[in-house]
Structures are given as structure tokens and as C-alpha cells.
Design a binder for this molecule. Structure first.
Ligand code: NAG
Ligand code: NAG
Ligand code: NAG
Ligand code: NAG
Length: 734
């Protein structure tokens, strides 16, 4: 149960009628005038308002740094709800498209065989597809260049794909590499090609991955039509996110900057995205050259076979020219930061954030999240009109330039690192709040109970289930068809995934050590980062009645209210300890694969030190539970049973419990960071070196195993175990 607050007397009550109804009903439910703000809150989110917010954000382009109006609107809207809001600017190094070309031609005659369109078709009835400000084919932070070479196809462009190509005797040196989207972060595909000596990279959307092989294409269904292309950033965020020129510190106006050629998060060769309509002639130019792809593996064959295309590796005899002329500049971006001061522990803060910038109209990514953020602010404003003040401070963040590589959030965290480490107890992220109808969450395991509780309180649209029920049911369907992955759920609870580096939680979790959580309704949308992720598409195929938006606002609000209001935080270090046990088992599996392949047969199978540290962590996590129990039975969570003289003792115990839980993540930070990319400091999780978005458990250890460096592996195991012990000691009552 949420903490019941004594809010106000009926005499001070001057809210609109609907509020009045809610108050009296809730008061009746709870008796004696104590009102549960969570219950009150659940009634407020409005589908009509959410629709209005989404219409606003999708009505004009808002690529990072080019729409200050939307930042001002966000600030002003928050302010009108009684939130103290301001714009906070940084000055990162970003680029914008100037001139792009992809052509296939005969080098001896110079005859052009095919010129790619690089534009998405206008679709009648979807005004977003006609916006003259829409970007052409473009990848954020891609290198400028004009390169020509024979073409080679490299499937998804993963490390394994490049190895398989090499094993098949196909070199990518001086070639233009064609890869398809999927599997790993874009930037890694370009990095892999660059390391192999390629001159340029084209990344296309294959119909097998999000086009007609999945279902009907837009405007007849939610999947990607033939002219659609996926924009995105090719920054190497697994090295460090944020401004490429100010790693580890804020990109303020006068900050010292790296020379761009020294920026380790930038790729050096040009790259562009392609639709499958533009990719088809390129794939056809490969037919008969090199190896037939199915001989490498069936997994190399994409969905254009339905159009009679055979997949071959090449190299082609025809040449491909990529022109990617981009304009790089130091340019201002606008975060909007709003604040509701806490009443009892104002120095402790919960941050709820979402990015605002989008490649296109961005209805799902991220404007559905921006709509949720505004509606959340409005709902909290209504609660404040009723006299509610959160116990702890709530901070709203509308980030800019997430799309280029988590830039707005990273610069802000770097700028405020000291007080964030001292006082921020949780970061709640919403990015694409609604991209489908399957609830998904990734989080520090300390949040599991809170997530389950919140999703049990919210109904799943169009059914009699709660979101929790639907989440569990849908995840069981997925699990039965796919046992892989890092889902941490037992059969009894839905999976809460491990955080990687896919959105603005990254600087909080991985750099500052703030427990973070990311959630949204996902699945089923094929028009990611295209002109067709539009208001029209959202209201036709995804959430016509805005009920998923409403459910998301409710879940997000409940989580924030509980974090801000509960006298004793509903965080669970025991869940963390158990998840940690799962991480170690997963690490052992991964390392066994590498050690089996190695000539060094010293057994690497068991991580005894880590296991011992995990047991200590679990034991001490139980001590926190015991303290909670003692607090409840001796004093009551509100210290209401402690007489005057013992109230101090109660408060001291309660503070110790809350601190031990909410600062635990800080103690899982290794100040030395992951070797080779020290910006990432979490000892247990980080983005994979070759995965990017996705989480890698114990990155330092796993990567030592990948490199077959068993000496380093033992050294890193020792270091990780020390960090876990340190966190375990911190859990003991002082
Ligand atoms: C900024 O966004 C607003 C609202 O979506 C829109 O009306 C305006 O045209 C956009 N400005 C630019 C420069 O695109
Ligand atoms: C790009 O390179 C091609 C081939 O070398 C050349 O013909 C063309 O003029 C160049 N384009 C630009 C814009 O420099
Ligand atoms: C290029 O054009 C010449 C002259 O027409 C022709 O002989 C040659 O086969 C062409 N090369 C390719 C790769 O098509
Ligand atoms: C919800 O429950 C009611 C009453 O049991 C039933 O009539 C209705 O059909 C159910 N709705 C759905 C969508 O299952």
C-alpha cells in the first residue's frame, strides 16, 4: 500500500468538480481524510489531453537543436502546471545532411546503372510524409566523404558476420559494404567495416526484419514499406555517449574540446541508410559474384528473395559511389528541466525523463513519451492543487539530442555529477512510451517489486486484465518460443531486462550509479526512425484511443509517486542479490563458450570469488529486510508508534534503511571503469563492446574471455568481487 498522506481539510478544498468527486470517493474508501495520492492520481490522465500533446509534438520537425519552440512549449507547459521549469543548454558537436548520393556505375565507361532515390514516398492522407523539412537519407554523426568501391554484402555486419566473410575468402578492403539493420547498434556495423579497411557503409532495412515478411506494410499495416529508410546515429556510444568532443565533462559554451579527429566515439568512413527499394538493385549487382550467401549460412539470406533476388557476397564488378556531405558544427541543444520541491526530504530527488528530439515526426519515438511526460506534469499539478506535496523532490527532464547518442542527458549528468551522486535516488526513463501493445521494462533489479506493484494497479486497455497480467501472459508466449536472452523472470513473474545503453538512463545507471528504470509498450512497429512513425500511423495502427498512452502515464506516475512519497522506499535489495546470482550463471555460460574454443583448457567455468561475494550480498540484503520489519513492528513506517522520545531513533533507522537501498547502486560503481572505455563504470552491467544497445553482464570479465586473456579475466573477477563485497558491506546497518 502506498503511504497515506494527510492532505488538507475539506475547507481548503477548491478543486474542479471532477476532483471533488474523486476526493470524496477516495476519502470514503480510506476513511478519516487520509488520501492515497496514487489512487487519486490514477483518475487524472486523460486520453484527450494525451492526443493533444502527441499532435503538438508531431506537427513539426524536431531534430536535435533545430526546434527551440518545442523546448519553450515544454517549459511553459510544465510551468503552467506549477512545476518550476527552465531550459538548460549545452553545445555539442552535431551534424546535419547537406548532399547525399548513392549510385551504381560502370567504372570503365562511367555509365550510371542505378541512382538511389534516398527519399521516402509521400503517402496520401499522412501529412507528416509531405513535410518539406523531412530529412533525406542520413545517419547522425556519420563522417563526411565521397567514396567509390566495389560492393560487398555482409549480412548484419556483426563481428561474426565479418569473420564469416573473411573465412569465405571475401575481403572488404577498399570496398563499399552493404549491411542490413538488426542485431547490433548501427555504429558498430560501420566500425566493423572500417576496421576491415572498407571505404563506406550502406545500411538498409531488409523486408525480413521489419517489412513485408512481417505483415502488411504502411499505409495498409504497421510494417515498413519499400521506400522507407531508418535514420539514426552511428556514434560509438559503447565507447562513450554524449558530445563526441567533451567525453566525461559537460559541453558548456566555453568547455575545452577535443579535435574531432581524436574523438573516439566517431566513425571515420561515410555511411548512409537505404530503403529496400534502393537496396534491391545493389543486391542484384552482386548476383554471381563471390559466394552465394546461403553457403555461408541461411541466416544471411534476407526477404528480397520474395522478389527474386539471390543474396551473394560479391564483390561486384560494378562500382558504388557514396557521397555523404554533412555539415558538422558546435550547436546549442535544449534540455527542459522542471522541479517540484519535496516537503520532507527536499534534498532527495527522483528524476523522470524522456527525450524530445526525433529524426522525423517521431510519433512513437519519442513523442508518445513526451506526451506522457506532459500529462504526468499536469496530473501532478492537479494533485498539488489539492494540497499534495511529494515528500521528496521530483525532477522532470525533457532531453534533447538523445538520437545523436544520448547527448542532452549525458551532458546534464556530467554537469551535475556531484549532486546527482549525493542526492538522486532513482531515474525513471520513458522513451517510446507506445510503439506497440506489449509492456516491456528494463531496470536495476532493485525496482522489480515496485514495477510489479504499479503494473498490477493499472488496467490493460480493452481487457479485464491488469497490465501486469498482460505482461506476464505475453512474456510467457515469447519465452516458450525463445529461451535465449537475459530475461530475469522466473515463471512466476514477468521478465525485467537488464539495462544496456539504448536510451537516456545510460548516464544515470552506468556513469553515476543511480538505480534506473526504462519502460514502454513495444513490439509490432516497422516504421522506426522513418517519416511514417507519424500521428496518422499511431492513430491508425497502434493506439487509436490513446488508452495505451493513458496506461503508460498511470504506470509511470505510480512509480514516481511511490518513489517520491513512500516513507520507506519500496526497493528490494534481495531481488538485486538474486538477479546477481543469475548474472554470474550467465557469465559462466558465456565464458565456457570461449574457453571451450580456446587451446588453453584451464577451467574457467566457475567464478568462486564472485559466487562468494554474491552470497554475502544476499545475506546482507536480508539484513535490510529485517531492519524494515523492525521499523514497522516497533515504530510504524510513519514513526506513528514511536513516542516523542523515540521519534529520533525511528527517523534515524528509517533514513538508514532508505539510504542503504537507494544508494546501493552507487556502490556497484567501479571508479576505474570498464577497461578501454572507462566512462562506463558499473561493475555488473554495461553495453556490449560488439552489441551496443544491449546489456553485457560483467563486461570487463566477459570481454577478457572473448579475448582469451585468462590472466586479465581472473584479475577482473577479483576486482568485481571486491566491488560486490563493498556493496554488500554497505547494506549492513550502521
Ligand atoms: C517546431 O515545432 C512546432 C510544433 O510542432 C512546429 O509548429 C514548428 O514548425 C517547428 N519549427 C521548425 C523550425 O520546424
Ligand atoms: C564524388 O566523387 C565522384 C567520383 O570520384 C565525382 O565524380 C563527383 O564529382 C564527386 N562529387 C562531389 C560532390 O564531390
Ligand atoms: C562496363 O561497360 C563495358 C563497355 O560496355 C562492358 O564491356 C563491361 O562489361 C561493363 N562492366 C560491367 C561490370 O558491367
Ligand atoms: C470483462 O468482464 C465482463 C464481466 O465479466 C465481461 O462481460 C466482458 O466481456 C469482459 N471483457 C473482456 C474484454 O474480456
Amino acid at each position: 500500500m502506498a503511504l497515506l498522506l494527510t492532505l488538507y481539510s475539506a475547507a481548503h478544498f477548491s478543486a474542479p468538480l471532477c476532483m471533488h468527486d474523486m476526493r470524496s470517493e477516495t476519502a470514503r474508501n480510506q476513511g478519516n481524510g487520509r488520501i492515497d495520492p496514487g489512487q487519486l492520481f490514477l483518475r487524472i490522465p486523460s486520453t484527450d489531453r494525451l492526443r493533444e500533446h502527441l499532435r503538438y509534438y508531431t506537427s513539426g520537425t524536431h531534430v536535435a537543436g533545430i526546434n527551440r519552440t518545442q523546448a519553450e512549449h515544454t517549459r511553459d507547459y510544465l510551468a503552467a502546471q506549477g512545476v518550476d521549469a527552465k531550459i538548460v543548454e549545452y553545445y555539442p558537436w552535431l551534424n546535419y545532411p547537406v548532399n547525399q548520393r548513392v549510385a551504381l556505375f560502370n567504372e570503365s565507361t562511367q555509365a550510371v546503372e542505378f541512382e538511389a532515390g534516398l527519399q521516402e514516398d509521400v503517402i496520401a492522407g499522412d501529412s507528416a510524409s509531405e513535410d518539406p523539412n523531412n530529412l533525406p537519407a542520413f545517419l547522425g554523426l556519420s563522417a563526411s566523404g565521397n567514396v567509390t568501391g566495389q560492393l560487398v554484402y555482409a549480412n548484419y555486419g556483426t563481428l561474426d558476420d565479418f569473420r564469416a566473410l573473411k573465412a569465405a575468402g571475401v575481403s572488404i578492403k577498399d570496398k563499399v559494404v552493404l549491411v542490413r539493420y538488426g542485431g547490433i547498434l548501427r555504429g558498430l556495423k560501420v566500425q566493423g567495416a572500417e576496421r576491415g579497411g572498407a571505404r563506406g557503409v550502406l545500411i538498409y532495412s531488409d523486408p525480413a526484419d521489419d517489412g513485408y515478411c512481417k505483415g502488411k506494410v504502411y499505409p495498409h499495416g504497421p510494417w515498413r514499406p519499400e521506400s522507407s529508410l531508418q535514420r539514426g546515429s552511428v556514434a560509438l556510444i559503447q565507447v562513450y555517449p554524449g558530445d563526441p568532443l567533451t567525453p566525461g565533462y559537460a559541453a558548456t559554451k566555453d568547455a575545452q574540446r577535443l579535435d574531432p579527429k581524436d574523438a573516439k566515439s566517431l566513425n571515420g568512413i561515410p555511411s548512409l541508410p537505404l530503403s529496400y527499394r534502393d537496396a534491391e538493385p545493389l543486391l542484384r549487382a552482386l548476383v554471381g559474384h563471390g559466394k552465394i550467401a546461403s553457403e555461408i549460412s541461411e541466416s544471411w539470406v534476407g526477404g528480397l528473395t520474395a522478389r527474386g533476388v539471390e543474396y551473394w557476397t560479391g564483390p561486384s564488378t560494378l562500382a558504388v559511389n557514396i557521397l555523404n556531405h554533412v555539415d558538422f558544427k558546435t550547436t546549442p541543444i535544449q534540455n527542459v528541466i522542471g522541479r517540484i520541491a519535496g516537503s520532507e526530504e527536499p534534498e532527495r530527488a527522483i528524476i523522470v525523463g524522456n527525450h524530445r528530439d526525433a529524426w522525423c515526426a517521431g510519433a512513437s519515438d519519442p513523442s508518445s513519451g513526451s506526451a506522457v511526460l506532459l500529462e504526468l506534469a499536469r496530473a501532478f499539478g492537479e494533485l498539488m492543487k489539492l494540497g499534495w506535496r511529494p515528500r521528496r523532490t521530483i525532477i522532470f527532464a525533457s532531453w534533447d539530442a538523445e538520437e545523436y547518442g544520448l547527448v542532452g542527458s549525458t551532458e546534464w549528468v556530467e554537469d551535475n555529477i556531484d549532486w546527482i551522486r549525493a542526492d538522486v535516488i532513482a531515474y525513471v526513463n520513458v522513451d517510446a512510451a507506445v510503439m506497440g501493445s506489449e509492456f516491456r521494462a528494463s531496470a536495476s533489479p532493485i525496482f522489480n517489486d515496485l514495477l510489479f506493484a504499479a503494473t498490477k494497479q493499472v488496467g490493460f486497455p480493452g481487457s479485464n486484465e491488469t497490465v501486469y497480467d498482460a505482461w506476464l501472459r505475453q512474456s510467457q508466449m515469447v519465452q516458450s518460443s525463445d529461451n535465449a536472452g537475459l530475461a530475469k523472470g522466473h515463471n512466476a513473474t514477468p521478465p525485467v531486462y537488464t539495462l544496456g545503453a539504448g536510451s537516456d538512463y545510460t548516464p544515470f545507471m552506468s556513469h553515476a550509479g543511480v538505480s534506473s528504470l526504462d519502460m514502454g509498450f513495444g513490439g509490432g512497429l516497422g516504421t522506426y526512425h522513418s517519416n511514417y512513425d507519424s500521428f496518422k500511423q499511431m492513430t491508425t495502427f497502434v493506439d487509436p484511443n490513446f488508452e495505451l498512452h493513458q496506461a503508460m502515464t498511470r504506470i509511470c506516475g505510480l512509480v514516481v509517486i511511490r518513489l517520491a512519497d513512500d516513507a520507506v522506499l519500496k526497493l528490494n535489495p534481495i531481488s538485486y542479490a538474486k538477479a546477481l546470482g543469475g548474472y554470474i550463471r550467465e557469465l559462466e555460460r558465456q565464458v565456457a563458450r570461449h574457453s571451450a574454443a580456446s587451446s588453453d583448457v584451464t577451467t574457467m567455468k566457475r567464478f568462486r570469488r564472485l559466487r562468494a561475494a554474491q552470497r554475502q550480498f544476499l545475506t546482507n540484503a536480508h539484513l535490510v529486510e529485517q531492519s524494515k520489519h523492525r521499523l514497522r513492528s516497533v515504530y510504524g513506517e510513519d514513526c506513528q508508534m514511536a513516542g516523542r522520545r523515540r521519534r529520533m531513533n525511528c527517523r534515524k533507522l528509517r533514513k538508514s534503511i532508505n539510504d542503504r537501498m537507494s544508494r546501493l547502486e552507487r556502490h556497484l560503481i567501479d571508479p576505474d571503469g570498464i577497461p578501454g572505455r572507462e566512462w562506463y563504470k558499473h561493475a555488473l552491467v554495461g553495453p556490449g563492446r560488439w552489441l551496443g544497445y544491449e546489456a553485457q553482464i560483467f563486461p570487463a570479465i566477459a570481454e577478457a574471455a572473448e579475448d582469451h586473456d585468462w590472466k586479465k579475466l581472473r584479475q577482473y573477477e577479483k576486482r568485481a568481487a571486491e566491488t560486490i563485497y563493498e556493496a554488500a558491506w554497505f547494506l549492513r546497518e550502521v
